[in-house]
Design a protein around this ligand. Sequence first.
Ligand code: ATP
Length: 303
Amino acid sequence: MAIQAEELTKSFGSTSAVRELSFTVRPGVVTGFLGPNGAGKSTTMRLLLGLDRPTAGRALIDGEPFAEHPAPMRVAGGLLDSDFFHPWRSPRTHLRALAHTHSIPVGRVDEVLELVGLSDAGRRRAGGFSLGMRQRFGLATALLGDPGTLVLDEPFNGLDPEGIRWLRDLLTGLADEDRTVLVSSHLMAEIAEIAERVIVIGRGALIADASMNEFTNDGRVFRVTASDSAGLARALGQLGGECTPLGNRTLDVSGVERNDIDLVAREQGIDVYEVLTQGHSLEETFMRLTQDAVEYRGATRKG
Ligand SMILES: Nc1ncnc2c1ncn2[C@@H]1O[C@H](COP(=O)(O)OP(=O)(O)OP(=O)(O)O)[C@@H](O)[C@H]1O
């Protein structure tokens, strides 16, 4: 159940920020939420956390709109904007006030400050914090109610390499505890490292909702060297494979699974000498799938 977007739509005047977007985010794994600038990721996350009203459709967390839960901070925590706090207040004061209004035991404040590495800075004015410290403070706020669902917009922003490593471990640990973890990021390497599923949007609409494996294997090409590459190409062609000859014994094959190549070769009595997987990185697949949905593209230099 966890997070459900059902035909979710949000317009700002004539701008359609989110268009009939439907997806489900399940607990137990980290789900990456990707899309080019302006794709509608932040708007979707704000709708999920009840900070904006949808123009149409529904955003549900554990079956209900977030704001309709009697104790919403215990259901979901969000990190949406690193300037959410009062600059003169310390994280400790801010979190204690939140704990008080949401009937969360005040002892949880020191627990979450320790969890995010702000135990020492917890009494300082947050106005002087670096971006990385503000992100940690935001995460502490999200985690305060010990929620089953986390919706985090660009949580890696501003973190140094040690902070990035720490956050990766934190997020995978939260998913291992069977929580639902939705994370947007422009840092493909971070998402590739921690996410088992990816949801990709472009211009407010769904482009892909898949496991990381399915996503990065989509359109994968195998470079095969075999004793009879023409015979292999014919047999694979009957299975729907696309084969491009590359000289005497070598072929590029797409549209079939790796196993199909071995099975077909065995059936045909063809020796396969080598199969190289021309895999795609998350970044390559992302760029390919979203190229038509990029709104803000820098000029490319010619010549
Ligand atoms: N409050 C608002 N008023 C008007 N337009 C808005 C508002 N919020 C978002 N938009 C527009 O909606 C679209 C989606 O924006 P959004 O911030 O959700 O995208 P994003 O995927 O989070 O982008 P980025 O990766 O750049 O953060 C953009 O065209 C944006 O200009």
